[in-house]
Structures are given as C-alpha cells and as structure tokens.
Design a protein. Structure first.
Length: 505
C-alpha cells in the first residue's frame, strides 16, 4: 500500500507540475500574440499601452514560475523515479525555474517594457537612418542584460549566460569552434568564387515586380509546400519572423519590388520555422515535450527548407510554371537560370536576410563578435556603427554607406536578444547534417522535389525532430536523428561541392 500511495503522490505531483507549466505557457503564448500584433497590425501610436501590456504579462509569467508551487513540486519529483519523458520535463522546468528564480521580477518587467519601447525606436531609426535615435535604448538593454546575466551566474562570462537562454544545452565554446571552422573555410571559398570566370546567371529576375504579385506567389509556394492555412497565415512585417505553436503558427515576410528572390526565400525560410512548430506533439501542448528544442534546431528547420529545398534546381523546375503565371516577362526564364540567380554569391550585399548562402555567415560572425564586445564592455554603444562598418570591410571587402543597411538592419537588438545570432549559423550547419541523414534513408530527394512531393522529407523531420519536443538535449537529438555527433563537416562538404560546381572551381 505504501508503494501505491507513493506512486499516486508522484503522479499527482507530476500532473500538478504540468498544470502549472501549462498556465505559464498560456501567458507566454498570449504575450507572443501581442508581440506579433505589434509588429504586424498595431498602429504605431499603440506602443505605450502595448509596452505596459507586455511588461505585465512578462512579470506575471515570471511570478507564476518562481512564486508558486513549481519549486516544491520539482524538489518532490527529483527524489522519485521518473519515466524518460517525465524526467525530461522536470529537467527542462528545473532549468527554467533555477534561472528565473535568480532574477528579480522587477528586472524582468523592466527588460520587457524597455524592449517594447526599443522596437518602436528601432523601426523609426532604421527608416530614418538615425542610429542616435536607437542608441539610448540599445545602451539601456545592454546594461539590463548584463545585470540579468550577473543575477543568474555572477562568476560566468555574461555572454555565455545570455547564449544559454537560446542554447541551454550547447556550450558557447562548441558554437565558437563551429563558427571558427566556418570562417576558415568560407573566407577563402568566397574569395575563390569572386575570382572565378564562370558564367553564372545573376539577373534572372531583372525589372520590378509589384508587392501584391509577389505576395500571391509567396502564398502559392507556401501551398505547394503544404503549409496548413487552417493553422497559419502570411502577413508583412519590417523583419520576417514566425510566431506561434502547434495550433496557430503565423509567418511574415517583406517585399522589395526589385528583389523578388529575397521575399520568396524569406517566405520559405519562415515556412521552415512554422512547419517545425506545427509538427510538435499536440497532446503535450504547453509543456516542454510540446515545445521546440532550441533556436539552433529551429534554425536548422528553416535553413533546410530555404536552402536544401528552396534553392535547389529541382525545386525551381517544379515551381517555374507558377512563377511564370505571376511574373510578367519571364516566359523565357529557365529553371537553370533561376537556380543560378538564387544561388549567386554577392560581392556587395549588406543585408543578412537578403544575402547568399555563403556570405550569410560572415554577417552572423560580425554581429556575434560585436555582441560579445558590447556585453563585455569592450565596445561602447556609440562606437557600434564604426565597428560594424570596419568589420564588414575586413571580412567582406565592403563598407555600408548607411546604418540602415548596416547595424540597424536587424530587429534582434531591439528585443534584447544578445546571444541569439550564433544560432543562425549553427542551424545551417545542423540542417546540412540532417538533410544528409534524410537522403541516406530516403534516397536522392531531387526527383521528389521536381515532382512537388515533399511528404517523405516532412515525415522524416516529423519522426526524427519534431515529435521529440524537448525530450533530448541538443547534441543528443542530433545523434538520435543522424547517428553522429553534431559536426560542421556535412555543411562544409555541401557548400564546397555545390558552389565549386556552380562556379567551376
């Protein structure tokens, strides 16, 4: 009888913990919808009220986590025998609880309110090429994030503490090692490409294409990829993003009438994020088992669909008739020319989200280095534009003429998201490893893409990534999916072969 009573108490404690976490998740989901609205629908004058709303929800979420029964329930459960799934939930909640419990609610509220105000300031500063307008907000966020990191672990590198918000189970040293491998391989490869005499089509989409027409094409391509419109939508924002969960996941994109490829690849990228969220287990909604693993895994899904699918020639062979239906003047366009244009390596592109698959990572590395310098105190906020431009000149041989296309181009600093950026490159690296494993199991996927068939790849990702939620830590998940440790080898082999062939190196 004692054993049964103990087991019943354990089940009750676990169910209580899940109920507590689901309540917190509901508050965070509501905050996410308000944030989506602020970036997509809200009139600009709504910022003061929205700042208070988001700050209140952020404080409430924090208080529910640290002031309720979560701590005592965790203590009770950690002294009992748990199933693998239960242990994973306790592990993930324990990590959230321990970090949150060290940070005062007042600081959480202040960070939330500051980021909401900073978003509006960033949008205005970017539109007016006026870094000074954004600088005070950035300086405040840097100070607040240093304070936040010090509360969590005063003895650790503050940037490593911030990085762990996005990559809880991946050491910063591992990320730094992978980024170094990328730098060592990509810098000379980009230089070789720029010196190549290969005749690569770069202007398959010359001219201008109305935003409304581009949006119609984006919607058709999302439908081709089987996006679930009953659980999603497409909107326009100043910076493409995805927001939601397995029941409601929305994507945004942006349009430039002179750059239809930019909008299309951004849309496919965000589809990858949404497809991951929509594939998470519905019966675990609101618990770690129903949430995405972390940002590098999330980026692996978006980069896989954007690059390994959306930039492939078989994909272009399939969507070309649809493109011609929408875009005037493309009757003679070939899939080969579209493929080459979609994969050209730019000599003077300043914008990360519009960059090619190779120089993209230099954008990441530059911001990564600047973030570390900001958080460590080695770089003053006022010096960010000059430092940014110097690094672009050093790594890419180009110098931004405005801050709009320079240090103001991305939204992330207005969110206080320091430590986020390495996940973009980590995701690209992981995507190549996952795609290679999928092809090993499914065979060459080119014919399927050419025929517009994506179910096999989707099912493989559902079974090997999506369904697991946060059951595994990052490196464990990669091993489960591919049978190998997380490595940059597959990505470096992929880009070396792809671009070596394209540019006849």
């Amino acid at each position: 009888m004692a054993t049964n009573a103990s087991t019943d108490a354990q089940i009750d404690a676990y169910d209580q913990l899940c109920a507590e976490i689901q309540q917190i998740s509901a508050v965070q989901s509501a905050s996410g919808v308000l944030s989506w609205d602020q970036q997509v629908m809200m009139p600009s004058g709504g910022t003061p009220a929205r700042s208070k709303q988001l700050s209140t929800l952020s404080s409430l979420s924090h208080e529910l986590l640290v002031d309720g029964d979560v701590g005592s329930l965790l203590d009770e459960l950690e002294a009992t025998e748990l199933s693998d799934e239960q242990a994973a939930v306790v592990r993930e909640v324990r990590r959230q609880y321990d970090r949150a419990n060290r940070v005062p609610t007042e600081l959480v509220s202040k960070i939330s309110e500051t980021t909401s105000e900073a978003l509006n300031a960033w949008e205005s500063a970017k539109a007016n090429d006026d870094f000074e307008q954004f600088a005070p907000h950035l300086e405040t966020l840097v100070e607040l994030k240093r304070e936040y990191a010090a509360y969590i672990d005063p003895d650790a590198d503050p940037y490593a503490v911030l990085f762990a918000d996005y990559e809880p189970w991946l050491p910063l040293s591992q990320a730094e090692s992978i980024l170094e491998e990328l730098r060592e391989t990509l810098v000379p490869l980009i230089e070789e490409i720029r010196n190549s005499d290969a005749d690569v089509t770069t202007n398959a989409f010359s001219g201008t294409y109305p935003e409304s027409v581009q949006e119609d094409l984006s919607r058709d391509v999302l439908s081709i990829l089987n996006y679930d419109w009953d659980r999603g939508r497409l909107d326009v924002s100043s910076h493409p993003f995805t927001s939601g969960n397995q029941f409601d996941c929305r994507v945004t994109t942006r349009f430039d009438e002179a750059d239809p490829l930019g909008a299309l690849t951004a849309t496919i990228h965000e589809f990858g994020h949404a497809w991951y969220n929509l594939g998470l287990p519905q019966d675990h909604f609101g618990t770690p088992l129903g949430e995405s693993r972390n940002l590098s895994v999330h980026e692996s899904q978006s980069r896989l669909w954007e690059n390994h699918v959306g930039r492939s020639q078989p994909f272009w062979e399939h969507i070309l008739p649809t493109v011609k239906e929408h875009f005037d003047g493309t009757d003679d366009l070939t899939a080969a020319a579209a493929y080459e244009s979609a994969n050209q390596v730019y000599e003077d592109n300043f914008i990360r989200v519009e960059s090619d698959e190779l120089t993209y990572h230099m954008h990441i590395i530059i911001r990564f280095e600047i973030e570390q310098e900001l958080i460590s105190g080695d770089l003053d906020v006022d010096d960010v534009p000059e430092r940014w431009n110097d690094l672009y000149e050093e790594y890419l041989g180009i110098r931004p003429e405005t801050d709009t296309v320079g240090c103001l181009q991305d939204i992330h600093w207005s969110h206080g998201s320091f430590g986020y950026f390495p996940t973009y490159s980590l995701g690209s690296v992981m995507a190549a490893q996952l795609f290679a494993a999928a092809e090993d199991e499914l065979g060459n996927l080119d014919e399927q893409f050419r025929a517009g068939e994506f179910d096999a790849l989707t099912l493989w990702l559902r079974e090997n990534i999506h369904q697991h939620g946060q059951l595994y830590k990052t490196n464990e998940l990669v091993v489960e999916a591919t049978g190998e440790d997380f490595t940059a080898e597959y990505f470096l082999d992929y880009v070396t072969e792809k671009y070596g062939t394209l540019y006849e190196l």
